[in-house]
Ligand binder design. Structure first.
Ligand code: SF4
Length: 349
């Protein structure tokens, strides 16, 4: 019985991969409601009602890699490439801090111009400019570089593992090594980062079994954060024209992830909000407790196109903040005023 397995998960009991597969695959209204209620209750008990709002700044759309799902891939010549200067980035950081944001997520393609020295300098400048947590999402670097970024003051690092299935990983990433990806995640943890991993849901070749393995992997490495959003096919990529990831399956994965890792930071992703107008609100009801809001200057938006038709915030920031606040209050939750560090770490001390 699925209800019994969900109950077992809610109580922190270990479950088998096959049991997770069964829960993930049942997208009937009845089963999803049982799962949602369990995830919501575990979320409330473990991390409370607060939602952490992160400001995201996309500092460069240059990328040396060719991931087959991504619009920023180096072979995509239809983009105008841009890089923000440090001054432009710091302007955004100060503006976001002034509107009350306590985390800046600094994201980029794997830009050869982002040498470790420059990244360290930028982290220090951000920390000097504002009382703000810094999350980096800049891709693969060496172990030594990650230690340097941490020493410079960065708090968190997002590096999605994408899939724990080595064959699927190789198909999707013609110029990346699976073993290096896993090593990078281990280095980040070793360096003391609050470490985020994650997957896209609905990639061609992905199975419920491999998603169950992804969840068990995140648990095994004790991830602090997990970005889980639907795959949205991007034009000008080898996966253009394929089906979009399923909303209901994505919600089930969020809920199971919350049950398996009660303290994890779990975003209601922008991709979820892109495929369905209620996607992010639903994400919060299925266990999510983080939202990232785009703070990249609007003139750069059209060229930071990992996938098309991406949900973007309104240009008027006051209206944007009010709308977000109303959405969060409408589900009985509240915006956090703290840094939103990993609750799991605080819990463990
Ligand atoms: S997923 Fe990241 S590394 Fe891969 S092409 Fe896109 S930006 Fe580059």
């Amino acid at each position: 019985m699925i209800e019994d397995t969900i109950k077992k998960l809610s109580e922190g009991a270990p479950v088998e991969r096959e049991e997770i597969v069964k829960i993930l695959g049942d997208t009937s209204d009845e089963a999803m409601e049982v799962l949602r209620a369990a995830a919501d209750s575990v979320r409330a008990r473990a991390v409370g009602d607060e939602i952490h709002v992160r400001s995201l700044v996309e500092i460069s759309n240059y990328c040396k890699k060719n991931c087959s799902y991504c619009g920023l891939r180096t072979n995509n010549t239809s983009l105008t490439r841009f890089r923000m200067t440090d001054d432009e980035i710091l302007h955004v950081v100060k503006k976001e801090a002034a509107r009350g944001r306590k985390t800046i997520v600094v994201q980029s393609g794997e830009d050869p111009n982002l040498k470790p020295d420059r990244v360290c300098k930028l982290i220090r400048e951000i920390k000097d400019a504002a009382d703000i947590a810094v999350t980096l999402s800049l891709g693969e670097y060496s172990r030594e570089d990650y230690f340097r970024f941490r020493e410079a003051g960065a708090d968190r690092y997002l590096l999605k593992h994408e899939t724990i299935d080595p064959e699927l990983y190789a198909k999707l990433h013609p110029d990346c090594e699976y073993s290096n990806r896993i090593k990078c995640i281990e280095y980040l943890k070793e360096a003391g980062f609050q470490t985020g991993v994650g997957i896209m849901v609905g990639l061609p070749g992905q199975s419920l079994e491999s998603i169950a393995d992804d969840i068990l992997f995140m648990k095994r490495i004790d991830a602090d954060m997990a970005g889980i959003g639907p795959f949205i096919p991007s034009p000008d990529t080898p996966l253009a024209g394929g089906p979009t990831g399923d909303l209901r399956l994505t919600l089930n994965i969020l809920a199971v992830t919350r049950l398996v890792m009660p303290y994890i930071l779990l975003p209601a992703t922008t991709a979820l909000g892109t495929i369905h107008p209620e996607g992010q609100r639903l994400g919060f009801r299925f266990g999510a407790n983080v939202i990232m809001v785009n703070a990249t200057p609007p003139r750069m938006w059209e060229n930071y196109t990992i996938y098309p038709n991406r949900l973007r915030p309104e240009a008027d920031e006051k209206y944007q903040d009010r709308k977000l606040q109303l959405m969060i209050e409408s589900i009985g939750r509240k915006i956090s005023t703290g840094f939103g560090h990993s609750a799991r770490r605080e819990e463990r001390g």
